[in-house]
Ligand binder design. Structure first.
Ligand code: DC
Length: 230
């Protein structure tokens, strides 16, 4: 059950899709706050399932085992002080899902149809009740094909790797730029080539390449596009 909001009317839905590291979550969060919409980070839901599988010792190379275990993972979203909290079987796991291990696990569980089906229902339910900016990989193509505005946010592999490198260094973590690039390429490949809801730019999406734009410039552009929706 989605908690924290109750009204039901015609909701505005904005979909933002794109590869890892293009800046989707930072940008979507800011734009949602400015526009007074709910920000929905769907990657965090897949990350919660990834965490569940890692804890359970699931073989992540085996989609059948993931599908079997997925029944035990109840994922839900609640909002506290405007912040999205991802609940895994009732536990707030926000602080546990941003590691490289869980990023990798999330992209592996995301190829499994049973997992995607569960997440799709949760995501549509939220979007039917609130004005949302929802970010992910298949929002414009599969989750909200009738979204009022669809954005496809990209950036080059080099720029995305550079951003992740700087984030890791700032967090005091070790970082190797070539390893990061390799990891980004592999994750892109997995997200774009899976048979189930792959990352694609749909025809009615507006593409924004954030490689040489600041966060503020991208947010401004999206707000400009969203300006005509209400
Ligand atoms: O955006 P992110 O890095 O937090 O997403 C984690 C993984 O989940 C990513 O590898 C792709 C997957 N994902 C997906 O398949 N569909 C979505 N709507 C969102 C994320």
């Amino acid at each position: 059950m989605f908690r924290g909001f109750t009204e039901e009317k015609n909701m505005i839905n904005i979909a933002i899709d794109g590869p890892a590291g293009a800046g989707k979550s930072t940008i979507a969060k800011k734009a949602a706050a400015d526009l007074g919409y709910v920000y929905v980070d769907t990657g965090a839901m897949f990350r919660a399932i990834g965490l569940y599988m890692v804890r359970k010792g699931t073989n992540l190379e085996d989609p059948a085992e993931i599908a079997l275990n997925a029944g035990g993972a109840d994922v839900d979203i609640e909002y506290k002080d405007g912040e999205q909290c991802v609940l895994l079987n009732g536990e707030n796991v926000n602080g546990l899902i941003r590691t490289e291990e869980i990023s990798d696990a999330a992209s592996r569980v995301a190829v499994v149809p049973e997992v995607r089906k569960k997440m799709l229902e949760l995501q549509r339910n939220i979007a039917s009740k609130h004005d949302v900016i929802m970010d992910g990989r298949d929002i414009g193509s599969a989750v909200l094909p009738d979204a009022d505005l669809k954005i496809f946010l990209t950036a080059s592999v080099d720029v995305r790797a550079e951003r992740r490198y700087r984030e890791n260094i700032a967090k005091g973590m070790e970082a190797d730029i070539e390893e990061i690039k390799q990891d980004i390429r592999e994750r892109d490949e997995r997200d774009m080539t899976r048979s189930e809801a792959p990352l694609v730019k749909v025809d009615d999406a507006i593409e924004i390449d954030s490689s040489y734009m600041t966060i503020e410039q991208v947010v401004e552009k999206i707000e400009e596009l969203a300006g005509n929706l209400k």
